[in-house]
Design a protein around this ligand. Sequence first.
Ligand code: HPA
Length: 241
Amino acid sequence: MPVRIALIGGTGVYDPNILSDIREEKIATPFGTAKVKTGVYRGREVAFMARHGEDHSVPPHLVNYRANIWGLRKLGVKNIFATAAVGSLNPQMGPREFVFADQFLDFTRSRPQTFVEKGVVHLDMTDPYCPELRRLLSRAAAELDLKHHVAGTYVCTEGPRFETPAEIRMFRQLGGDLVGMTSVPEVVLAREAGMCYAAIAMVTNFAAGISPTRLSHQEVVDVMAANVDNLRRLAMRTIEM
Ligand code: HPA
């Protein structure tokens, strides 16, 4: 059975325990090896990839995005749901709420963003995040009564440091709603590979300068952990639609 759906697990989402008959695969790509688990959910083959590794050892700027996306493409994946812990710049989008981002602003600096090494390719980015998958996510979230937002602009920073309050004010003025460190180039590469990609962003904190307290990675991990069950229910409901 071909694998058509993949779930990329971000911070706090490391194990594919919704799947049965799990097999571990190491997929050779021109950019290195991609590690994926494949398994069955409700009769469908689904791939699971831990973006930061199962032990969260790979920081956002060192993730091998090209190997990961190439590997999923090689498996036959057409649709990717990618979880992402994010900070919020938007007072309407509070901690523990889901946002199905529709746009991004790219503030990364050092990451290869294309598979193309020869010739000129300009990829349309009008809808970077797949409108159909976003609709499915919104439907599933509504059915499950999970607080969610059907659109939002994801600001991707280079990391691994968090932002300064001045940066956050600038991002807000530019129209950003969320800030995170991984959606670019993941979404760009998925689009280049002809796949549909949707981000399941979960707000873990208000961003620096908005939050009354200093940020820590532990806070992000703790809020994710407290909500991972909702994330799992949302992913399961969406995949079975
Ligand atoms: N900034 C960047 N990335 C994040 C944040 C943040 O505030 N929260 C979770 N991931």
